[in-house]
Write a protein that binds this ligand. Sequence first.
Ligand code: FES
Length: 78
Amino acid sequence: MKKEMPLTLELEPGTYHWCTCGNTKKEPFCDGSHKGTGKVPHMFKIILKRKYQICNCHLTRNPPFCDGICRHMKEERG
Ligand code: FES
């Protein structure tokens, strides 16, 4: 199944843990599957309820938010 990049999600105010290891079954959020990988989730807080573009390619330079690098990858792949 093709991954949706980025994920557009409406998030409620609160604290979230974005997966950095790529093993989660609950993308883009950590489900604890990182144990033993040496990686830890990236914690972030949401203040305003609205839609956010969350990185799902794990290459963003502004985690957990999409910085557009996936669009460059798509353009390069054609
Ligand atoms: S499951 Fe990937 S960081 Fe927790």
